[in-house]
Design a protein around this ligand. Sequence first.
Ligand code: F3S
Length: 640
Amino acid sequence: MAQSITQKILAAHLVTGDLVPGSEIGLRIDQTLTQDATGTMAYLQFEAMGVPRVKTDLSVSYVDHNTLQMGFRNPDDHRYLRTVAARHGVVFSPPGLGICHQLHLENFAKPGATLIGSDSHTPTAGGVGSLAMGAGGLSVALAMAGEAYVIPCPKVVRVVLTGALTGFASAKDIILHLLGELTVKGGVGRVFEYAGPGAATLSVPERAVITNMGAELGATTSIFPSDDRTREFLHAMGRPDDFAELLPDEGASYDEEVVIDLSKLEPLAAAPHMPDKRVSVREIAGLKVDQVCIGSCTNSSYLDLKTAALMLKGKKVATDTDTFISPGSKQVMKMLAREGLVEALLDSGARVLECTCGPCIGMGGSPVSGGVSARTYNRNFEGRSGTKDAKVYLVSPQTAAMAALRGEFTDPATWGDAPQKPELPAEAPSIRDMFIFPPEDGSQVAVMRGPNIVALEDFDPLPDSITAKILLKVEDNITTDHILPAGAEITALRSNIPAISNHVFGRVDEEFVARIRAEGQGIIVGGENYGQGSSREHAALGPRHLGVKAVVVKSLARIHRANLVNFGILPLFFVNAEDYDKLALGEELTIPATEVTPTGIVEAVTASGTRIPLTNDLSPAELDIVRAGGLLNFVKNKRG
Ligand code: F3S
């Protein structure tokens, strides 16, 4: 049967399941990547599995997020990441070398390979034809241990690009256009596979802008064919042998199709505070811009920064527009430097930062209060910039450079000629020797942990019967922020479960941690939609560390439910929602855990004899995972 590129890669990596959209499939993973903010926990989880060396073809640990924080925790994290990588066969990318996705594209991504990364913009590698997906840290740890990555089989959307970009329109405008059409939910459960004559006009770095920001569509991933443009790119990156042609078969069938005529696109922006709030730059021309940031994993390639640098060259940025440039990698920096463009950027008055995520996560470079920031980044959620009342517009490097020079958004029609699209040099300078490659045998490498890096404890299996007090009773719509708030002080403890656990439910009930520490175990009772919000694993890990055995609620948010299962907390629902009122804080409840069956009903009994029927929505495999004490134990048991 004629196959799309996506189907070819899925079929070649299928370990379990059938390629039917929506059904569960397990995929063999060739490559993994982590970044420091999520990586420490992923490696702690990998260590807990007791696997001596990663089983993937390639795993890379990047340090690009938290590079400028004060105090010992950051450098301790970096040292842990460096040594744990050497011990277990992982390539280490030291702080300052670049942003994970840009570096991975330049140095490691391969056509036809599967890649998962503990960062949502991992799909960037789809620019060279990798099937690259963002995943939780635990999934990445399991993939490094050789386990399949389990996902619902995606639908495939064919995005046909016709025509060619003109004037100031850029790759960023293609994805901003698509976001405006489909919204931030439009890609859920889908892979966007690009095709058509317009695709052939785009270089790999331009393609990577689109696949990077496909994450904002909520897509599983996005992918371009591997063709002559890919060959050119891999040649320039000094790895021609990594090229393999990867095209869809003639007559391949797709679940959906979108057509975009590139010649009709104009410069666009995503207005505050959502990446799908598409406006044309023309419409916002004249709006004062207080800050411009050019860089991030979306737009920090040599081509992006050269475009901006040529526009800034010989000119000065507006005095009241703070302008930041963060190159995606040292390779980009070196290429700009050898063409005199770093000097051009410096002379323009822009601030050239190190090659990291930087202002994208508020690591320096927050906008002024109430200010307007024009960023080439991929997210503009309220407060993400570090300034709560700032208004962030997502734009292309061209639009950002114009705003930097004029101090306001500028109608491109008033600018004059559009700059010529730069080309990649035939050979880019290599930075390969700046990665730290692991020794053949890492078994003698000592893993260095500072006081903030604490090995994951062994969790007990689920007891046959749970008899524990209800130590917390909460209302409807409890979020993961209620369970474990974010914020610099708390997230700095992400590699230290005992310490971060002191903050569990701290903003809901200050006494909870003391109560459960005194009891050693407990049960949480909640209302509807318990655990909504982020995918934060720590919101399950923290309670688990403290001894929470079960949560008994009216309903559960999807991702938190998965995290409860993964970390061995039994999630149960009231059969009769009114029974919520019959349970009181401090009361003892007995749950006959051995009698729990998938979707079956068990009767829990309070100390005073009240019987409460409870059910669950667990699959047989999920129940086995909970019984084992979580996914790590389950995998360890399976491997014997
Ligand atoms: Fe870094 Fe921002 Fe990308 S935090 S990985 S540059 S989305």
